[in-house]
Write a protein that binds this ligand. Structure first.
Ligand code: FAD
Length: 430
């Protein structure tokens, strides 16, 4: 059994926020110190706003330090499905936003000098079935025609130039995507937000929010474990860790566990054979695997192996499932030692789409469905712009935000085993 430890956290020293009393009031209170909250806090503080970030645990404690570090274009749903659902114009704006997310991360990394191994490696999606591969050609054509963005189909007989595995039916490459070390990135975002003047309060969970006027101005009283603070505006960026403090939002989010194993350092030749172009790779299943090399040549291999959020049991079980999955993809790693395993919680909405908006006047941005490294950063900036300027052109704020069918959900995902089984069946039949 490998060590239950997040590999990325062994590569970084997280910044520590100041231990001081909560101020009585602030312009904006941000809940959650992950990519969403910190990128919003940075952007708002740079605009001169007084910003307080409340975080239950520590900076980057949530999904933002636990993920695969894949900075991906696109959304979880394919473009044909998006066009059918939202029409051409809105889909075009969503897709443009998804492309802009990568440049946003790159710009912040450069502006704030964040040493997080950001590299435009491109991503490779690999087809687990012939039908999935056939669909790639259709997607490439639609994306080129509708969004003027070039993807490349890689037929099976050329796939070895992209990946050292023979189990797939072909692939599709997007050169725009990138990879980074997420723990270093979120640490850098936190440090940058503080340098710009934002105050971050760790181990300060929000308990509830009440509307309250203060000196004639409408706003909110936020009750926290350290006392109350009044804010003119509130942004909630709690993603898969959204809890009882924001019940209306909690009901709209399904927290789903995702898990990662990481091997020992591989010899250069083997690493090159597994991923000759150092891509961010994921497969075409619903119950998918995603994998990549780390900057120091380990294989990092993740998946929704257990579906339930992380705990000792799901992490242990996932380590075994993921190791078997890794060896199916890469038999070359049969004798390679797995050194790390950890889990984290992703946020899915019922329509598998990102959503931004306001609940009772409180701003939120959630639902990144495995695309949050780039999208949460971008959405954080867009939310800051919305709060500061009072208007937004954010396409993810314009779409309906569905709750559970028949309203049968109070934020405790009793249906996850059924959903897990459903997706497994879908992977057999589609
Ligand atoms: C294992 C794993 C692998 C992933 N891989 C990728 C990938 O390769 N590429 C990609 O794009 N995305 C990936 N994701 C998704 C991505 O990590 C998330 O979408 C993104 O980090 C969400 O950022 P966030 O800031 O919105 O939320 P989080 O980083 O989850 O932060 C939310 C924070 O809110 C805090 N919080 C919750 N409630 C309260 C409260 N009441 N008071 C105060 N604070 C509170 C939590 O403590 C937490 O720190 C992955 C996720 C996981 C779990």
């Amino acid at each position: 059994m490998p060590q239950e430890l997040n590999y990325w956290l062994t590569t970084v020293q997280m910044p520590v926020s100041m231990a001081q009393a909560l101020p009585a009031s602030t312009d904006v209170a941000v809940v959650g110190a992950g990519f969403t909250g910190l990128s919003a806090a940075l952007s708002l503080a740079r605009r001169g706003a007084k910003v307080v970030v409340l975080e239950s645990e520590t900076i980057g404690w949530g999904a933002s330090s636990r993920n695969g570090g894949m900075v991906l274009t696109g959304l979880k749903l394919g473009v044909n499905e998006l066009i059918a659902k939202y029409g051409r114009e809105l889909t075009r704006r969503m897709y443009e936003a998804s492309l802009a997310t990568i440049a946003t991360v790159e710009r912040i990394v450069n502006e704030e000098n964040i040493a997080c191994d950001f590299a435009r490696t491109g991503h490779l999606e690999v087809a687990c079935k012939q039908a999935h591969f056939d669909d790639y050609a259709r997607q490439v054509e639609v994306i080129a025609r509708e969004f003027n963005h070039e993807l490349r189909v890689v037929p099976r007989n050329q796939l070895r130039s992209e990946i050292g595995s023979d189990i797939y039916y072909g692939g599709m490459v997007d050169e725009i995507s990138a990879g980074l070390n997420p723990a270093r990135y979120v640490a850098g975002l936190g440090a940058a937000a503080m340098r710009s003047g934002a105050q971050i309060f760790e181990r300060t969970p929000l308990q509830n929010i009440q509307r309250e006027s203060h000196q004639g101005t409408h706003g909110f009283r936020l009750n926290t474990s350290r006392g109350a603070i009044w804010a003119n505006n509130v942004l909630v960026g709690t993603s898969g860790y959204t809890g009882a403090a924001t019940p209306a939002l909690r009901k709209k989010i399904i927290p789903i566990g995702s898990f990662i194993i990481t091997t020992e350092v591989l010899p250069d030749a083997l690493a090159h054979e597994l991923s000759p172009r150092n891509r961010q790779i994921y497969d075409s299943k619903n119950y998918l695997y995603y994998y990549r090399l780390t900057p120091d040549n380990r294989m990092l291999f993740g998946g929704r192996a257990a579906f339930f959020p992380e705990n000792d049991q799901t992490i242990r079980k996932s380590a075994e499932i993921l190791r078997r999955g890794m060896i199916e993809v890469y038999p070359q790693l049969r004798d390679t030692k797995v050194e790390y395993v950890w889990g984290g919680t992703l946020d899915f909405c019922f329509d598998i789409m990102p959503h931004a908006g306001r609940f009772d006047g409180v701003y939120f941005s959630v639902g990144y469905a495995g695309h949050g490294v780039a999208l949460a950063t971008y959405q954080g900036e867009k939310m800051a712009e919305w709060i500061a300027e009072g208007k937004t052109d954010n396409p993810f704020a314009e779409i309906p935000f569905p709750g559970a069918p028949l309203g049968l959900y109070n934020g405790k995902p009793w249906f996850l085993p059924f959903a897990g089984a459903y997706y497994k069946v879908l992977d057999w039949v589609s």
